[in-house]
Each structure stands twice: as structure tokens, then as C-alpha cells.
Design a protein around this ligand. Structure first.
Ligand SMILES: Nc1nc2c(ncn2[C@@H]2O[C@H](COP(=O)(O)O[C@H]3[C@@H](O)[C@H](n4cnc5c(=O)[nH]c(N)nc54)O[C@@H]3COP(=O)(O)O)[C@@H](O)[C@H]2O)c(=O)[nH]1
Length: 832
């Protein structure tokens, strides 16, 4: 059965037919189908040929253009001319015969062409009738006036209004419209023409062939569909094969016919006219409604669809007649239907105009779209609501774009977690809610989570593995927290969790937070599968509690950050709560930073010098160690301000000052023979060394001071040499080429990569004081010191031990082969 239906559908032929308004020949019927004589004939043929006639409503010239362009397949009511035959194909058996006729206002005498003398005749501008009459006027010496008009309605209206005496129209139009304008037909008939269906040249020959076949048979049988259609539309069948010479004698018959039709016909035509106007308006409206992008529909008071435009039909995959009578329950899922129903009832029951964004899910759940919908009540003439009209615009793509922009602004693309911006907004909202008292004294908590030694992973396994780790961590953090908690990626290897709704009692809140933090510590400490590797790591967590008083979101985050640093300091893989002592540290650090800015301007820095000696105790040189002579704090040690100078960037101008001051000191020593050979070691910070123009800065310091290049020794630490090794080596080689010496400070505390060491143009290794301090009591430290000395010797580097405080330490170092020494045993750092 189904297969049969499908087969039947496949044999149907869709024929797009141009329909313009020219009653009774062709028009759009009330059912939206091609109608009129030529339309109905086509419908009859369609039944027999299995055609599906699709009317395409258009104006006459537009129809012809569409036909030529292939946008429609068939055009009725086309008179054959040689010129048209170049663009179109015609069938052979004429479908209708027509002619032009002159119609006049009552009381005007026109019986022959000669009566047109001194008359004003309205005629379609540019028509063949106009050309014909002009020629006739000339030929017969008639002095009449042709009044050009743009359509036949206007022609008849001008006659009725008295601005013309007569009008020319085809007989089909004239017969139906003359009465309406109270015009009479004259006996003047001319230009008979044969009317055909036409196709574009070279196309749809089968249609023309079929039309000829049907017309040929039908026109020979008086009871055929052809004559039934004519009878229905005309009451009088047209004549065929009428010789041209009889046309002029038909006038009398026309007059008689018109008189016979009488007043009854006039009334009937009035009604028909109105119906046509309605149909025409409806057709135009349908064209507009079906062309717009919006979904337009009408539902009755039972919320059953009464009208659906083409977009709605496409959405539901049904034809209008299938949609009519159905409700939203037939098209959408239960929740969508319920929601739509509520809004529809507001319109139907309360006359509200409802404007809303709707997200509708199809009944099978396969399609979800968002619409901006406006629904209005429709009232009948008694002011009673009889339906609602809805207009919906699909804003799904717009919403998706909006969503994408929002995600970019507020979410981290790597982990899909909220980013810092969204986190800060959420913290602010939580604080505001607490201040308003809506959270009833509850506590919240911020947990600042930093991955331990994340840089090592990036350096060893590469950044893609680092990214994979962060993604897996984000997923695990999600599993450790509740949906109402905020989980964010702060940036890099830092995550932040905000807990809300904790106890109003601070101890209980701390306990609750501690449990979550420990859970996170445990979960994130489990092994990760990174490619082929099983990777283990840990995190350090800083926690701060808040209850809406005093703090803003930035301060809170700083507190959690500080507590996290404390966890790192205490050994990593730990949870630390923020406490007031940490706050004091922050304040002290902030104040110190502010003072540091002033210190350079006020020239408050000084250099102290500590001797470096050989095994005989002879001073070979000094190390310059900076101090801050603060007017209130007194002499400030470098360990207190160098780290702050590093993070604030002040180390750069400070480092430059130290270099200049050290070079000036070398020049001062050069004046005295006892000190002229002394070298001076200067500490260089990582940030300072990595400046692109660092080599130039050293060169400038030496040149400006006039110091001997070979006496300046730069102390670099291991950690500042591991990043961007190639560039470091190039820089060191440039310095070396200038004659500057280089010492590797704190050796043994960092990476101590021998392969890198081998490539660095060093002069000296400095054994860190922590090994020297313990070497007499710890065999391990002795072993390290021995190893450093051996390494130095094997690569031809001088080895200096720092932090030498006792004779025993010096003796032990000499026994191990150390040749140079620095420490309180030989002198503390002091001003000169
Ligand atoms: N970038 C720069 N950093 C500098 C500069 N000056 C110092 N620093 C950095 O500060 C660190 C600490 O310096 P300081 O407090 O001056 O301590 C030095 C010595 O006083 C100390 N030392 C020397 N001998 C002994 C000793 O026998 N016992 C003992 N307890 N301490 C001793 O060691 C520090 C020398 O360190 P080093 O640079 O490794 O030789 C300092 O480590 C620098 O990092 C500067 O101008 N610029």
C-alpha cells in the first residue's frame, strides 16, 4: 500500500503556472488554485495527465519574464505573435479566440468607426490596440483623441467619469466589466487574436503536446470539459475558425447580448468583483506572509492552529491543511507545550500582548530553537477575542553567537571553567549577598590552589602534557565540589574554588572548608595518565574565610594567595589557612615596596664589602653586598628588600646602580698598590641578567668608570641559567670576550647540570654556605663539598667556599682541595 502510494507520487508532474488577474480568462481561485477559463481547462487536463498545478501569482509582464527565465513552466492567455515566437513555444490548437472592442458611456453615439470623430478614446498605453487605432484614424481621416491609460480599469473609469468618451478592451474583460462602469459595448470590434498556453523556448514540449491533444478532442465534442468550462464562465461559447471579414459585423450581436444580461447580471458581477478583490488581496497577503522570514500563525480559542505560513509548514514538515486543527502538543515536547499554552491563554483569556523569548524543543527532542515571539489577540466585530496571531523570529543563531561571546569573555578555553573575571564577579555577588544579610551570617571560603612544580612538567614532558594535566585537574576539582560552588581557573597552574553556605560559626566553617581542601589535596594527588606516562603531582592550597564584613574580592584573593604561598613555604602538598600574621606580612611588604621606590631617589643604598682570600689568608678581592640605609628602619639587609625589588621590577635600576658603584670602587682601589689587583664580585639578579641590553650595561659601567675589565666578577646563580640556555651562553660569551670574570653562586643548590656547566664560560664555582656550615657534622655535606671541588678541578674552574666561619671548616676545605675562601672568619661585609 505504502509502496503503491510512493509510486503514484513519483509519476506526478509538478507544473508551475503563471497566474495573473484577467477574469474570466485566468485568475487565482478562492482555493488558491489557478481558475478562470484557461485555469479550469488546465485543471481538467491535470486530472488526466497526473499534473500537480502550482499557481505562481504574478503581474502579466513579470509572468512572461518568469516563463522565459524558467521560473514557471507554463503561461496561459498568450496571444501568438511572430516576435513572441522567438522567446516562447506555443501549442497549435488555439485555446480561446478574442478580439478588441470599443465600449462607450451611455448617451454617447458610436456605431461605426467614423463616429469616433472628435471623440476621446481611452486605450492601453503602448498596446497593439493603440497602434491599430492610430493607423485607422489616419487612414479614414478621423480626428479623434487617443487617451493613453495604464490599465483597463482606468480606461473604463475615465469613460464613466466623463474624461473619455469611449474605451478599448478585450472582449472578455469588456463583457464582464462594462456594466459595472455603466458602459455599453459598441458594434466596433477589431484585431481578432488566438490565445494559447506558452512555454519557454525549448522547454516543456510535453506540456504543449498534451494541451493540443486535449483541446483537439474537446473542441470537437459539445459535451466535453472544454464547453462545460466555457459555459460556466461565459454562458456563451466562443466561436472558432471565424473568418476575419465577419468581425466587423459582430457588433450588433454584442449589443444585444449586453442588453440581455441586464440588471441581474450587473448585480451578480458586483458580487463577483468584490469576491475577486477579496481573493486578490488574500493572494497578495499569502505571497507576503509566505515570503517573510518570520513564523506567522493563527490559533483559535482552543489553541488549535487555524493558519500557518510557509515557514511554519517547513518547520513542522507539513502542508497547511495538515497543520490546521492541530495544537502545540502535536509539535513540541510536553514542557514546551505547557509553557506555550500559558502564554497563549494570557492572550486569549486576558487580551494581553505577550512578547517573550521562547526556547522550544520539538516533540521528538531532536530540534531546539529559540524564538522572539509576539502574540496578539484578534477581535471580531463585537469586540470578542476569537483567535490569537503569533509572529516568531528565529533567534537561535543570534543566541548561539551571544553565548560564544559570553564564553570567550567569562570562561577559560582550556578547562572550560569560569575564568578570573567571572570568579571575581561571583565573589563580589557572594559578598554583597552576605552584606545584605540574605545569607544569614553564613560563611564563605576561597581556596587558592597552585600546582606544585608545574614548571618541571612543562619543561620535561612539554606544554601539551601540561595542558592535559590542567584539564584532568579541572575535572577532578569538579568532582570534589558541589554544583553551587564556583570553580575557576585563575590562570597558569592556579585554580580557585569558592564555597558558599558554610556554617555561621567560624570554627565549624573552617572545619567544613578543611574537609573540602583535604579532599582536593587527596584527589589531585592521585596519578594522572598523560600520554604513556603515569604522572604524580601535588598541589598547595591557601584558604581564607569570609562573612561579608570589610573585605573586597581582591583582598580576599590576596589572602588566599598568601596562605597558598605559606603552604609552599612549609613544604608543599599542604593546606594553609590565612591568618592575621600573614596579613601583617602583606602590609609590611606593601609598605616596604612603597619605601623602596623612594630609596633610589633619595640615594639610600650603600655597598658593603666582604673579603675573599686564598689558602694563605691573602685577600684577593671582595664581594659587594648591597644594604639599604633607611632613615627609620636603620640598615636593612638585602634578604628583606631584594625579593621585593625583584617582583616590583625595582631590581633593574638598583642593579644598575650597584654595577656603577662597584666599578667606581674598583677604580678607587686601583689608586693604591696594595689593593690595585683586587677583584670585585657583584651579584646579578636573574631579571637583571635577562635584560636584552645587560651586556651593554656592563660595558657602559666599565667604560664610564674606567675600571679594569678583568677585575670585575659577576656572580650568577644556577637557577637563572637554566631558562633559555642558548641565549644565556651567548650573553656570557659576550661578557667573557670583554674580559669580565664569572662565578657560579650557590653551586649545588639548584639543577647542577654538568652538561650545561661544561658549556658555560665560567671562571669560578662558589660552594653554597649551607654545605660548608654542615660539612663538619654531616658526611653527606662533606661529600657534596668534595664533589663540587672535584667537578671544579676537573673542568679547570677555581672553587671558592662561602660562609667559612671557623678554622676547622677552613682546614677541612683545604684538605679537600679548596683554594679560595669567604666568610666571617676572614671578615664580615662592611662599609669601607
Ligand atoms: N642582586 C643582588 N643580590 C644581593 C646583593 N647583595 C646581596 N644580595 C643577595 O642577598 C643575599 C644575602 O646577602 P647578605 O645578607 O649580604 O649575605 C651575604 C653575606 O653576608 C653572607 N655571609 C658571608 N659569609 C658568611 C658567614 O660566614 N656566615 C653567614 N651566616 N653568612 C655569611 O652570605 C651572603 C653572601 O651570599 P652570596 O651572594 O651567595 O655570596 C645574597 O645571598 C644575595 O643573594 C646585590 O648587590 N645584588
Amino acid at each position: 500500500m505504502l509502496a503503491g502510494a510512493a509510486l503514484a507520487q513519483n509519476t506526478e508532474r509538478e507544473v508551475r503556472v503563471g497566474v495573473y488577474q484577467n477574469e474570466p480568462k485566468i485568475l487565482l481561485g478562492p482555493n488558491g488554485q489557478a481558475s478562470g477559463i484557461l485555469g479550469d481547462l488546465l485543471q481538467q487536463m491535470a486530472i488526466q495527465e497526473d499534473w500537480v498545478i502550482k499557481p505562481v501569482v504574478c503581474e502579466w509582464q513579470a509572468c512572461l519574464d518568469a516563463l522565459a527565465a524558467g521560473d514557471i513552466d507554463l503561461m496561459p492567455d498568450v496571444a501568438y505573435t511572430e516576435q513572441r515566437a522567438q522567446t516562447y513555444n506555443f501549442h497549435k490548437v488555439a485555446a480561446l479566440l478574442s478580439w478588441s472592442q470599443i465600449y462607450k458611456r451611455s448617451g454617447v453615439q458610436i456605431n461605426t468607426a467614423l463616429d469616433l470623430q472628435s471623440k476621446r478614446v481611452a486605450v492601453l498605453s503602448g498596446s497593439i490596440q493603440q497602434t491599430y487605432l492610430e493607423n485607422q484614424f489616419l487612414a479614414f481621416g478621423i480626428h479623434g483623441t487617443l487617451v493613453p491609460v495604464s490599465n483597463l480599469q482606468e480606461a473604463f473609469a475615465q469613460v464613466a467619469a466623463g474624461t473619455a468618451d469611449a474605451a478599448v478592451a478585450n472582449r472578455f474583460y469588456g463583457d464582464r466589466q462594462a456594466a459595472k462602469y455603466q458602459l455599453d459595448p459598441t458594434p466596433i470590434l477589431f484585431q481578432p487574436s488566438q490565445l494559447f498556453y506558452a512555454t519557454a523556448k525549448g522547454r516543456n514540449a510535453d506540456l504543449l503536446e498534451a494541451i493540443d491533444r486535449h483541446l483537439g478532442v474537446w473542441q470537437s465534442q459539445t459535451d466535453s470539459p472544454y464547453f462545460k468550462v466555457l459555459k460556466q464562465w461565459m454562458d456563451v461559447p466562443p466561436r472558432f475558425s471565424v473568418p476575419a471579414y465577419v468581425w466587423w459585423s459582430l457588433g450588433g450581436l454584442g449589443v444585444l447580448l449586453l442588453v440581455a444580461v441586464g440588471v441581474g447580471l450587473h448585480l451578480r458581477r458586483e458580487v463577483a468583483d468584490q469576491a475577486w478583490h477579496l481573493q486578490s488581496t488574500e493572494a497578495r497577503l499569502a505571497t507576503i506572509l509566505n515570503s517573510v522570514e518570520a513564523y506567522i500563525y493563527i490559533k483559535d480559542t482552543e489553541l488549535r492552529y487555524q493558519y500557518a505560513n510557509r515557514r511554519v509548514c517547513d518547520l513542522f514538515g507539513m502542508e497547511p491543511e495538515q497543520i490546521v486543527g492541530k495544537t502545540d502538543a502535536d509539535f513540541f515536547d510536553a514542557a514546551t507545550h505547557a509553557h506555550l499554552r500559558i502564554n497563549d491563554l494570557r492572550v486569549i483569556e486576558h487580551g494581553e500582548r505577550v512578547e517573550e523569548e521562547e526556547t522550544n524543543l520539538s516533540a521528538d527532542g531532536s530540534q531546539e530553537n529559540t524564538y522572539l515571539s509576539v502574540k496578539l489577540p484578534l477581535y471580531d466585530r463585537n469586540g470578542v477575542i476569537y483567535a490569537l496571531c503569533g509572529i516568531s523570529t528565529d533567534i537561535t543563531k543570534h543566541k548561539q553567537a551571544e553565548e560564544a561571546i559570553h564564553r570567550l569573555a567569562y570562561y577559560d578555553p582550556l578547562t572550560q571553567l569560569p575564568n578570573r573575571r567571572l570568579l571575581m564577579e561571583r565573589v563580589q555577588q557572594a559578598l554583597t549577598a552576605q552584606r545584605r544579610g540574605s545569607e544569614q551570617g553564613e560563611h564563605g571560603a576561597l581556596l587558592f590552589i597552585d600546582v606544585d612544580n608545574f614548571k618541571d612538567l612543562n619543561d620535561t614532558l612539554g606544554h601539551p602534557m601540561g595542558d592535559a594535566l590542567l584539564r584532568q585537574m579541572a575535572a577532578r576539582l569538579g568532582a570534589c565540589t558541589r554544583a553551587e560552588d564556583t570553580l575557576a581557573r585563575q590562570g597558569g597552574d592556579e585554580f580557585v574554588v569558592m564555597l558558599q553556605g558554610l556554617s555561621a560559626d567560624v570554627d565549624t566553617a573552617a572545619q567544613q572548608t578543611g574537609l573540602v581542601a583535604q579532599k582536593i589535596l587527596a584527589q589531585l594527588g592521585e596519578p594522572y595518565a598523560l600520554g604513556d606516562h603515569s604522572y604524580r603531582t601535588s598541589v598547595s592550597i591557601g584558604v581564607t574565610l569570609f562573612s561579608g564584613t570589610g573585605m573586597d574580592q581582591d583582598e580576599l584573593l590576596k589572602q588566599a594567595d598568601l596562605a597558598m604561598y605559606q603552604a609552599k613555604k612549609d613544604g608543599r602538598n599542604l593546606v594553609r589557612f590565612f591568618n592575621p600574621a600573614m596579613q601583617a606580612q602583606i602590609s609590611a611588604r606593601t609598605a616596604l615596596e612603597a619605601d623602596l621606590h623612594q630609596a633610589l631617589v633619595r640615594n639610600e643604598f650603600v655597598l658593603h664589602y666582604q673579603p675573599q682570600v686564598d689558602s694563605a689568608g691573602q685577600t684577593l678581592g671582595m664581594e659587594a653586598l648591597v644594604r639599604w640605609q633607611h632613615p627609620l628602619r636603620g640598615l636593612v639587609a638585602p634578604m628583606q628588600f631584594i625579593p621585593v625589588a625583584e617582583t616590583s621590577g625595582l631590581i633593574l635600576p638598583l642593579g644598575r646602580w650597584i654595577l656603577d658603584a662597584a666599578c667606581r670602587q674598583l677604580v678607587a682601589w686601583s689608586q693604591t698598590p696594595a689593593t690595585a689587583h683586587w677583584h670585585l664580585s657583584v651579584n646579578v639578579s636573574a631579571r637583571q641578567f635577562h635584560q636584552p641590553d645587560f651586556v651593554a650595561q656592563v660595558e657602559q659601567a666599565l667604560q664610564q668608570s674606567g675600571a679594569r675589565t678583568g677585575l670585575l666578577k659577576l656572580e650568577l646563580t644556577e637557577s637563572q641559567l637554566v631558562d633559555d640556555v642558548e641565549n644565556v651562553i651567548l650573553k656570557m660569551q659576550a661578557l667573557k670576550a670583554m674580559g669580565v670574570c664569572m662565578s657560579l653562586d650557590d653551586f649545588g643548590t639548584g639543577y647542577s647540570s654538568l652538561s650545561i656547566l661544561k658549556r658555560l664560560p665560567l671562571d669560578q664555582l662558589k660552594i653554597d654556605q649551607s654545605f660548608v656550615r654542615e660539612m663538619l657534622t654531616s658526611p653527606k655535606d662533606t661529600g657534596i663539598v668534595r664533589a663540587i671541588i672535584n667537578v671544579g678541578q676537573s673542568v679547570g674552574l677555581q672553587v671558592i667556599a662561602e660562609g667559612v666561619e671557623t678554622e676547622d671548616q677552613r682546614a677541612a676545605l683545604i684538605a679537600l682541595g679548596c683554594t679560595h675562601f669567604q666568610g666571617y672568619l676572614f671578615g664580615k661585609p662592611q662599609a669601607l
